[in-house]
Design a binder for this molecule. Structure first.
Ligand SMILES: [Zn+2]
Ligand SMILES: [Zn+2]
Length: 137
């Protein structure tokens, strides 16, 4: 995803050099990585997928790998559309908190229900983020 401009509010520091934004300076958000200042955003990094140089602000970090946009898209499309994970929890609140905390990277939690004929095993359903976003926007 292309870096979007950072929303205002909240304290932001550059993930690379630790600098804080100067007045009127917009930080860029690198998906999967964090916020970077303008000069770090313009630095070149090497895509772990195809080896081509890419500016940091247009890169995306997925499962610890820095990827250019085409590689990120290709990588993302390889994933399952939906994932279901089962977990033990005493209450729905507990199951929900655990399901959100342990969401697989690039997926959104879309449903949570008890497994049929169980009172403690919850099934959390996740949907791939690009599908989720195209459906909801
Ligand atoms: Zn920086
Ligand atoms: Zn690439």
């Amino acid at each position: 995803m292309l870096g979007h401009l950072q929303k205002t509010g909240g304290k932001t520091v550059c993930k690379v050099c630790g600098a804080e934004p100067k007045p009127n300076e917009a930080f860029h958000h690198v998906t999967g990585f964090g916020d970077v200042c303008r000069s770090c955003g313009l630095q070149q990094v090497v895509c772990d997928g195809c080896g081509s140089p890419v500016r940091r602000l247009t890169s995306t970090v997925l499962r610890g790998r820095t990827l250019c946009l085409p590689c990120y898209r290709a990588e993302r499309e390889k994933g399952e559309k939906r994932i279901i994970k089962e977990r033990n929890a005493e209450s729905m609140e507990e199951a929900l908190a655990a399901s959100l905390a342990e969401a697989p990277e690039g997926y959104r939690l879309v449903g949570l229900r008890l497994r049929p004929s169980s009172t403690k095993i919850w099934m959390a359903e996740y949907e791939r983020e690009d599908i989720y976003l195209s459906r909801c926007s």
